[in-house]
Design a protein around this ligand. Structure first.
Ligand SMILES: [Zn+2]
Length: 123
């Protein structure tokens, strides 16, 4: 897998997207470049709480089967308060993200366009 595109990423390292079980960070360039733009627009920290998930890890954390996380197309971003949540969602929308989920304490963003879009959902 070509990972040389990471050198152009400003705000993130591959480690932040690694599966806690396998250590693999099999995330797509499209996802990370979108998040990098969103982080710039949001001007607030993006702490990745879940990036790539191996299928086994996805089952363990109760992810839906076929989750965009298992395809390296999704990340969850910590949203510790209402202001941060607003800024994160604004940044994502400005960066062109068309699939956003709002959870308690996190925002899910993905670029899995095989799934319906545009979508903004709650958990
Ligand atoms: Zn997620």
């Amino acid at each position: 897998m070509n990972t040389s595109w990471w050198r152009n990423v400003t705000h993130f390292t591959a480690k932040e997207f690694a599966c806690p079980e396998t250590g693999e960070a099999l995330v797509s360039c499209d996802l990370v470049v979108m998040l990098d733009k969103a982080r710039t627009f949001a001007a607030t920290p993006f702490t990745i709480t879940s990036g790539y998930r191996s299928p086994a890890h996805n089952r363990k954390v109760g992810g839906v089967p076929g989750s965009a996380h298992t395809k390296g197309l999704a990340a969850d971003i910590a949203a510790p308060n209402n202001e941060a949540r607003h800024d994160i969602v604004r940044g994502l929308i400005e960066a062109g993200c068309v699939r956003i989920g709002i959870g308690k304490g996190f925002v899910h963003a993905d670029v899995d366009l095989d799934k319906p879009w545009p979508r903004l959902w709650t958990y």
